[in-house]
Every structure is written in C-alpha cells, then in structure tokens.
Design a protein around this ligand. Structure first.
Ligand SMILES: *Cc1c(COP(=O)(O)O)cnc(C)c1O
Length: 462
C-alpha cells in the first residue's frame, strides 16, 4: 500500500513514513494510492464482532507490511483499553430511525481519542523498532491537545509539547493537559490566542535546523493515520443497524473535515451509505462552499461549539483531490489561490461531484441551544453543543433510512453551554471525577519563537 500527496510532487511513501511525516513536503496531504474495498460478505462478517476486531479488519489493508497481524492486533488492543465503555462507540436511539453514535467514552471525552490513542501506539511501535525518538509539538484550542497528551503520556520514544492559549481554554480542557504526571508531557500556556500558537508551531516546522535537530513530528488532523482510525466506527455502527443488508446515513459535526472524510472513505470501501451530511456551526465555510461553489475564508466568530470554530478546513483538500480526478496540479492551483486571494472557485464538474457525495447544513447559536433543550425534553439525552448541531442538521434528512448522528464530545466538556441551554448539570464520568483535585503542572511561555525552541531543546536533553 503506497501513499501519494494531494499536490502530486512529494515522494510516494509507505504507511509508516506517511504517518511519521504528517504533512507532505509539497504542502499536500497523503492519501492511499488506491482505496481497498470490502465485499458485501466481508462487511456482513463484521456483525457481532468486538470494536477491536472490526478495527483490525477495516484498517488492515491500509497498513501494508508496516506491522505484522499480531503486532497490529496488539496495537489496537492497547489503544482502546482505556475507554470507559465496552462497546467503545455505542449507539443510542434518539427517535424514529434516528441514532446517536457516542464517540465520547475515551480518556478525554471527545472523538479525537479514537484516532489519537491509536496513533500513540502506532508511533511507539514504529519508533521502538527503528530505535528512534521524536518530539511532538502541537497547538490546540482544547480538544486535540488533551487527546494528544493522553495518547503519548509515558511513551519512551516521544516527548510531547502542547501549546495552548493562556486563559482561553475551558477548565476541564486545561486540567486534562496539566494534570498528567509523566515527565515526557509538557503543557505550555502561551501568551496569545490560538492563531498565535498555531503560527509559532508552523515557525518551528519551517526552522529546518530546529526541526531536524529535535526530530519534530506532527499529529494534527491531516495525519492520514488519524483519518483511518475514524473509518472504523462508520463500519461498526452501520453493521449494528443492519448493513450491508440495508443502507444507513450519517450526519457529522464538522470543522476540519477529518471526521466526515473518514465516512467518505468508508463509503468508497463499500459500506452502503446513502447520505453523508456535513453539519457546521455559524463558521460555515463548508456549507457555503457546497451552496455557492466558492470556498472563501472569513474571520472566525467564537461559538459555543469551539472545536468547530475553524476557517481553513484542511482535510477538504483530500475530497477536492478526488473530485478533481486526482489531479495534483489542479489542487495545487486551488491552494495557491486560497493563499494569495483568500478564496478559490470549485469547477462546475467538481462541485457537482461534491454535491453527489455530501449534503450540508448550518446551525446558529440559538438553534444549537434550542436543540440541546428540545433533545433533553424529548429523549432525556444531554447533548454537547457540537453533537446538537449534528442532531439539528440531520432532521430534514430523516426518513426510512436509519440516520446516525455523530456525538463528538461528552456534555461535561462544555458544562456552561449545556446548563444554559437545558438547565442540566453535566457531571464528569466517575472515572475522572477527581480531575479538579489533581495537581497541575504547566509552564507559562511568551509568544516568542527563540524562547520556545530553547525550552524544547532543554527539556528533551534531560
Ligand atoms: C474536532 C472536533 C470536531 C470537528 O471534527 P473535524 O474532524 O475537525 O471535522 C467536532 N466536535 C468536537 C467535539 C471536536 O473536538
């Protein structure tokens, strides 16, 4: 199995190298050269298997010879052992033919754990074999950083540094990053906002002497291994509702387009998916693009669903690559336009292709709160704001085909918004109820590249 870049000129890599590289050297994203398929019989045979067994069968063809079967099975077992629900991704029913896929039973209570826990084990196994160490630096507005820290804490082959904007993440999010006690975890509270954190991270990757000196690696959502991990729960949930003998649809709260792109891959692999519905908050660049055919960035307006407050949806590039007939030149041209003019026009053929693959909808702040309130009143389910956006956008698509809305975070991560919407407290699950009693360990840093690089070098030399 080979991986190619969406911009066509970076080296072709194995799964292992694509995973460890992250972003391609031509600025593109890695995708499999061909998408493996599963027959109707293969999919039917998933019925009744554990989440881990389904994960093995769905992901195995993408891994090539990076790991043996037994190594890969072991990696999967370790990745999901820390989840707080035996089903890993359980389904609950919201109404007639409407289901909620709870993806928030991982260690940091958001769906990012599905990918990050797996990638932690994949990195550890690959690096141990190579006898190498890497330094992971990530920037976060909250969820990605805590998921990365949980995934890499205590692994010898990795030091993990997370930059978060000082004073601008929720208390639960901050404590999830600052309370792990392992010495390879470094939570850095930077003066500035999330964009500043991301800018300094980019600067570090562009400082080649630093980058090579500390062996910098990235685990943001453009890493192919993260997308792959998310394909699994599309299969496990669809099969639970009768696939491949009947079709299902999905509605996905979307920011960076990673999660819904995983659904598209599941469909390409042969899973009988009727509709894939993109759900956005007021930062609706994807819904606008689907509607108008023009992808145009505007400023981000903070919302009660902060993990979807994004104006550049990186993984969308992977979908564009396919609807442009895998023409890397055409994708490069679009991305140049985006950089130079802040927008690009999707060609007639490509937008038609996207509209055949995806539906979309947008939810305002008021509608988000109203949906949390209404869902609680009708079903007793307390939804986080991101999941509520999915549940709302799904409504016009409900019918005879089962609709699965992805619940991307636990309501306890966003207790203020939930309480204001439906009057309910959203307590942390018992296994992490002592989060507020644990000691915090955090280093406050200035928005200064040299100071940050010095700190990273000193810490990894210990
Ligand atoms: C990251 C995140 C999203 C958006 O996922 P993408 O893969 O970026 O589309 C939605 N909800 C929550 C809670 C998240 O943490």
């Amino acid at each position: 199995m080979k991986y190619i870049s969406t911009r066509g000129t970076a080296p072709v890599l194995t799964f292992e190298d694509a995973m460890l590289t992250g972003l391609a050297r031509d600025g593109g994203l890695y995708v499999p050269e061909t998408i493996p398929t599963m027959s109707k019989g293969d999919i039917a045979a998933l019925a009744g298997l554990s989440y881990e067994e389904i994960a093995f069968r769905v992901m195995r063809p993408f891994i090539g010879d990076t790991f043996t079967d037994s190594e890969f099975a072991d990696i999967i077992a370790k990745a999901y052992a820390g989840f707080g629900h035996d089903a890993r991704a359980p389904l609950v029913q919201l109404g007639q033919n409407h289901f909620l896929l709870e993806l928030f039973h991982g260690p940091t209570l958001a769906f990012k754990d599905f990918a990050m826990q797996l990638i932690g084990q994949l990195f550890q196994a690959a690096l141990a074999r190579r006898g190498e160490k890497v330094t992971i630096v990530g920037a976060t507005s909250g969820d990605t950083g805590s998921a990365a820290i949980e995934a890499f804490r205590g692994l010898d082959a990795v030091d993990v540094f997370i930059l978060f904007p000082h004073g601008r993440v929720s208390e639960v999010q901050r404590r999830q990053m600052t309370t792990p006690t392992e010495s390879n975890v470094h939570a850095l509270a930077m003066h500035g906002d999330f964009d500043d954190c991301q800018a300094r991270l980019k600067d570090m990757f562009n400082d080649f002497e630093f980058r090579d000196g500390v062996r910098l690696a990235g685990v943001n959502s453009i890493n192919w291994a993260r997308v792959l991990a998310q394909v699994v729960y599309y299969f496990s949930s669809a099969v639970a509702l009768g696939a491949p003998h009947r079709e299902v649809s999905f509605t996905v709260p979307t920011g960076n387009f990673g999660d819904i792109f995983a659904g598209y891959i599941a469909k390409r692999m042969g899973l009988p998916i009727d509709k894939l519905v993109i759900a956005t908050n007021q930062n609706d660049i994807l819904h606008r693009t689907m509607t108008t055919g023009t992808y145009e960035t505007m400023g981000v307006t903070p919302s009660i669903s902060p993990s979807m407050d994004i104006q550049v949806s990186s993984n969308f590039e992977r979908a564009l690559f396919d609807v442009y007939g895998r023409d890397g030149n055409a994708v490069s041209q679009l991305m140049d336009d985006l950089k130079n003019k802040g927008s690009f026009d999707v060609s007639q053929g490509a937008i038609q292709g996207l509209r055949e693959l995806f539906h979309s909808g947008r939810v305002s702040e008021d509608e988000t709160s109203a949906t949390i309130k209404d869902m609680f009143a009708r079903t007793g389910e307390v939804l986080c704001p991101h999941s509520a956006i999915g549940a709302k956008v799904a409504v016009p698509h409900l019918g005879t085909t089962p609709m699965i809305t992805l619940a991307t975070a636990h309501p306890a991560k966003f207790p203020a918004a939930v309480k204001a919407a439906c009057g309910q407290d959203a307590p942390l699950p018992p296994r992490m109820a002592n989060l507020f009693a644990r000691d915090e360990r955090v280093t406050e840093v200035e928005n200064d590249l040299t100071a940050l690089e010095t700190l990273v070098r000193e810490r990894i030399a210990r």
